[in-house]
Write a protein that binds this ligand. Structure first.
Ligand code: ADP
Length: 193
């Protein structure tokens, strides 16, 4: 199995481009944000716990997302690999993912990092708020908190994966989705050469 990580700040286009990679490379797309929103919509205990944290722009505990991911690794087998979107987001999660995969005789294949400047995060999320109606997209304070959380807790993963030689970056700051998608597909083709 291959294990690709879609990395980048909120609004970088991880979910949008994951769909193209999923279809082209026969991967299972796992978005921890989407899985959490499904728990909230279903009104589960986990969803109720996660809702406050998400709507404040804070991360949910590592164990919660790790359990959701591991469950899918164990049950989904009819694919070439997994495309992790929004996971890992902390060094703790990255370490635990490495252990999880080592136990299966596997390892992370590559990290595809989508880079955009902070101002663009605000712009894109404001636009998305009007379309998707996500509660955590509605307030500038919450968006800023997510950006701060990204810099403090998630950005250190760049060095973590650089040291493993698995970090690949693309500038995802073009004006159109099509242009950014072309850049991502191009990078993925190079990674798989
Ligand atoms: P975005 O990338 O736009 O912030 P996501 O859908 O990836 O959106 O995540 C939405 C929210 O779900 C995050 O702000 C966080 O509260 C929670 N979340 C998602 N993935 C994780 C994770 N790996 N660890 C902790 N919290 C997460």
């Amino acid at each position: 199995m291959k294990y690709y990580i879609m990395f980048g700040p909120p609004g970088a286009g991880k979910g949008t481009h994951a769909v193209a990679l999923r279809d082209k490379y026969n991967l299972c797309h796992l978005s921890t944000g989407e899985l959490l929103r499904a728990e909230i919509a279903a009104g589960t205990g986990l969803g109720r716990q996660a809702q406050k944290l998400i709507e404040g722009g804070n991360l949910v505990p590592d164990e919660v997302v790790e359990r959701m991911i591991e469950k899918r690794f164990n049950s989904i087998t009819d694919v070439e690999g997994f495309l992790l979107d929004g996971f890992p987001r902390t060094l703790g999660q990255a370490n635990d993912l490495d252990k999880m995969l080592a136990a299966r005789g596997d390892s992370v294949t590559a990290v595809i990092s989508l880079m955009i400047p902070d101002e663009m995060v605000h712009q894109r999320i404001r636009r998305r708020a009007a379309i998707e109606g996500r509660a955590d997209d509605a307030s500038d304070v919450v968006i800023q908190n997510r950006i701060n959380t990204y810099h403090a807790q998630t950005e250190p993963l760049i060095d973590y994966y650089k040291k493993q030689g698995k970090y690949f970056e693309v500038q995802a700051d073009a004006d159109t989705i099509e242009e950014n998608r072309a850049r991502v597909l191009d990078l993925m083709a190079k990674i798989n050469k």
